[in-house]
Ligand binder design. Sequence first.
Ligand code: 0WD
Length: 257
Amino acid sequence: SGILNGKNIIVMGVANERSIAWGIAKSLHREGANLIFTYRKERSFQKLSQLLEANGIKPLLCVSCDVSDDASIEAAAQEIQAAVPVIHGLAHSVAFADKEYLQGEYVDTTRAGYLQAQDISAYSLVAMAKACKPLMTEGGSIVTQTYLGAERVMKNYNVMGVAKAALEASVRYLAEDLGKAGIRVNAISSGPIRTLSAKGGVAGFNELVTTMDEKAPLRRNVDQDEVGDATMFLLSPLSRGVTGEVLHVDSGYHILG
Ligand code: 0WD
């Protein structure tokens, strides 16, 4: 008896129990959704299988999908279509930039580093929206994960901030295109959360977390479960009038000057 009973939703980007996508998966499961997971690395698949087992979650399907590869996306979409007739939602929670470019100055970004960040972190949403559109025959909801570095200069976030800006603009253009098919497209802009990518990637990440405790209106940071619930809201009919939106789940940090 959840708000998402009978809804089939794809979750991308569970690497381990700290992943934002795992917070999303727990919220969606609690509300009765049937889940389809995509993973890139074999190690993530093993982690994911253990997590599902330990939490008593039976997925409809787990499929490999490397978003930097069109053939991999197409194969994943075909496998999903063969197993699940209709998809109602997509939680996109993947990004990547070489950590060499997540420190120092943005001006030093190479063409290859720039393109890779754009490819995996921004174009992947477009590619996945394109692949999922034919499966969302009853309308649907697509939600991605962004960060404040898209809107303003955050130290060290550099090339990823520029990729997130493209991601947020893509949310708006996709919302216009897919709105005709009853498909909504939104983003969550979360505060800094200690995950595999964040800790290992962004230089000075610990300072970002400390600043939340000291300065954010709520005087604390957010966690994966809070992002999970907000993402669930955007994937659910509770948000049926909302599209093209970036919702901040950051203890209010973004309102500060
Ligand atoms: O502070 C944070 N952690 C924030 C993260 C604040 C605001 C936003 N975000 C965003 C991230 O930019 C990303 O878009 O949330 C999203 C999820 O990030 P996360 O939960 O921090 O990261 P993590 O737990 O490391 O999972 C990211 C997954 C990994 O899975 P795999 O299976 O590959 O280990 O994204 C994956 C990444 O490797 N990923 C890819 N998945 C498919 N194809 C690819 C790819 N090419 N590249 C990376």
